[in-house]
Design a protein around this ligand. Structure first.
Ligand code: MLT
Length: 323
């Protein structure tokens, strides 16, 4: 009986390995939990295109919206763990969501098989082009005097832009009306039309509009200037040193995805990020390609745990300060 069980276990693991070796045999769906045209979508499309080439199968991007990205992320957590449904999670869905959704239908740390970090991106403070303040110091004074007249857009409660705006407001000591969108792509369109005053979001997708003068950038919330926008000062230079946010986007499969399949996806992401054209497209938009050592599933697993622990008290304190 024991021998039979050993043989059966061996057969099962051989079948699993054989299945993983053939992976992928059909297209993979990469879920983006925010609207098309926003930073998460832009990063996902650049990475998916190159991963398709590496894997020899299409990686199709599917935008699925709602609740600051948590609706679609929950769907992926519950998807069949076969590697064919993965999510481009990010600092909102996998870092700050637990702080603001008491009934979140997934645990970012335990309900996923991390694949790897895709891109880091500092947060940029942007405004409609005709907002009167000329620099960050003027903006802070203006916000204090006109808080009730200003609005700021975000991509849903818990998203990167929501967290960044909340931290920004707390750092300035003002309360500004927040307008929720299902992604900052549509929010940027409304800013271009003059309906939205302010946004704090990961820099990716704002660079061209800032360079072209269609919107204005007050500061980048990082310790160093972004090579993509070298004329935009850091928050430290501009007078708000305590407001610094480094956003990130990373790929996750559902928990239970076979390790061999996770390794294939992770290897494809790693190769995609080594591609010169991918690196150029990401860095031109202000993204930071993670170093090789920070692209592994194990690194991402530890990072997400740390981010949830770091960001939860930070966001809760900023929200409490806004009450
Ligand atoms: C966020 O605010 O979390 C993202 O920038 C949303 C998006 O990619 O649209």
């Amino acid at each position: 009986m024991r021998r039979l069980l050993v043989v059966a276990a061996g057969l099962l693991s051989w079948c699993g390995l054989a299945h993983a070796q053939g992976f992928p045999t059909h297209p993979i769906t990469m879920v983006v939990p925010f609207a098309a045209g926003g930073p998460t979508d832009a990063i996902a499309r650049i990475v998916a295109e190159q991963m398709s080439k590496v894997l020899g199968q299409q990686v199709l991007v599917e935008n699925a919206l709602g609740a600051g990205g948590t609706t679609a992320t929950a769907r992926v957590a519950q998807a069949k763990p076969d590697g064919y449904t993965i999510v481009m999670g990010q600092m909102g869905t996998h870092g700050t969501a637990p702080a603001v959704y008491p009934n979140l239908r997934y645990n970012p740390v335990t309900d996923f098989a991390p694949i790897g970090m895709a891109t880091l991106a500092p947060v940029l403070i942007v405004a409609r082009k005709d907002l009167p303040p000329k620099d960050l110091k003027e903006l802070i004074a203006y916000a204090k005097a006109n808080a009730s007249k200003l609005n700021e857009a975000h991509a849903g409660v818990g998203s990167i832009s929501y967290t960044s705006c909340t931290l920004f407001n707390a750092a300035m000591g003002v309360k500004i009306t927040q307008v929720a969108y299902r992604g900052t792509g549509p929010a940027l369109n409304d800013m271009l039309a003059g309906q939205i005053d302010l946004m704090c979001d990961q820099v990716v997708t704002y660079v061209e509009q800032v360079k072209g003068g269609a919107i204005k950038a007050y500061a980048i919330a990082s310790s160093e200037r972004s090579p993509a926008l070298p004329n935009v000062p850091t928050t430290k230079e501009a007078g708000l040193p305590n407001f610094q946010v480094m956003a990130w986007s990373a790929l996750f499969a559902p928990k239970g995805t076979p390790p061999e399949i996770v390794a294939k996806l992770s290897g494809a992401l790693d190769k995609a990020l080594d591609d010169e054209n991918v690196r150029k497209r990401l860095t031109e938009q202000g993204g930071i390609v993670p170093p090789k050592a920070d692209r592994t599933p194990a690194w991402l697993q530890a990072f997400v745990k740390n981010e949830v622990e770091r960001l939860t008290p930070l966001l809760k304190a900023a929200l409490a300060a806004q009450k």
